[in-house]
Design a protein around this ligand. Structure first.
Ligand code: GDP
Length: 296
């Protein structure tokens, strides 16, 4: 995971490591390489600028340069700055008690892994003793309804769909009524995706948000798409006021930049990461672990 970023930052920091004493110019040269590797890993320009000014200010300070091991200290400074960029830890879904229904609205572009993530979350919730219901509110693609039913069957989780209804708000509201009948305590709405952000999609999602009142709106973004993932997170957040992000496909050779930019650019925390196609490949997001992985 994060091979690109790991390699880049790893070799940038290697130029500083083991040097013992460092001059300010050695340090600045090493930091230039850190900056280059972040940009190459698709971390957004504004995030890199803020990150580098914070790291540089600390690294070229008297205390670090005059210390016995300035190289190790720089690694520590970069590590902490990565954590600050992605943190604080926030993977709560703010579930209500089991005698109430918590509604999670999942949204995202087509292909981001939204439907798969609905299944993964359903599985995770079921394992923790909850009774989830998956709702097929992606009415654009009939295949999406089938896909959700297949997932529900595999997981032993109820799925609500209505192929005769073309209005996602009505489908979601009917599902909420059904949830009460079934004694369900978490409803996961699998909303429609598109290939690109467009007004019609945002209009549809805003209607569901206003009229069905989900407790949490979570955006699923494909971590392999780098800056595009950050831009779509920005657009969705403007329309919906997201509560969190699930970043998928971090098992591939994602360059990792999106994970570093999303929180900073949107103010919305990454709550979970998808690390594979299997339904158990969902992990809580821990900024410190991610920073550790990035630095190798
Ligand atoms: P949707 O159009 O957003 O609902 O996307 P899907 O859930 O249908 O997923 C699109 C593709 O991405 C499928 O082939 C999934 O198996 C795959 N996928 C989803 N999440 C992950 C992940 O975390 N890692 C990997 N490697 N593949 C994933």
């Amino acid at each position: 995971m994060f091979e690109g970023l790991q390699d880049g930052l790893g070799s940038a920091l290697k130029t500083l490591r083991g040097k013992g004493k460092l001059s300010e110019s050695n340090m600045r040269d090493g930091l230039k390489l850190v900056e280059k590797s972040l940009l190459e890993a698709d971390v957004s320009f504004e995030v890199v600028r803020t990150f580098m000014s914070r790291v540089t200010e600390q690294a070229v300070g008297e205390k670090v340069l005059k210390s016995l091991n300035p190289d190790e200290q720089v690694v520590g400074i970069v590590h902490q700055a990565l954590i600050d960029l992605m943190g604080p830890v926030d993977h709560s879904l703010h579930l209500k008690g089991k005698d109430e229904v918590t509604v999670l609205m999942m949204c995202g572009l087509q292909g981001s892994g939204k439907t798969t993530t609905c299944g993964k979350l359903g599985r995770m919730l079921k394992e923790s003793g909850r009774k989830p219901l998956l709702v097929a509110a992606d009415l654009q693609r009939p295949a999406a309804i089938d896909q959700l039913h297949v997932l529900g069957e595999q997981l032993g989780i109820d799925v609500y769909s209505d192929r005769t209804n073309k209005d996602p708000v009505k489908v979601c509201n009917a599902a909420l009524k059904e949830a009460k009948k079934l004694g369900v305590d978490v409803v996961i709405l699998d909303t429609a995706g598109r290939l690109h952000v467009d007004d019609e999609l945002m209009g549809q999602l805003t209607n569901i948000d206003r009229q069905c009142g989900p407790d949490q709106a979570l955006l699923v973004v494909d971590g392999m798409t780098g800056q595009d993932a950050v831009n779509s997170a920005k657009a969705f957040n403007q329309a919906l006021e997201l509560d969190g992000v699930v970043m998928t496909k971090l098992d591939g050779d994602a360059r990792g930049g999106a994970a570093l930019s999303v929180k900073q650019v949107t103010g919305v925390p990454i709550k979970f990461i998808g690390t594979g196609e299997h339904l158990d490949a969902l992990e809580e997001f821990h900024p410190d672990r991610m920073a550790g992985r990035i630095l190798g």
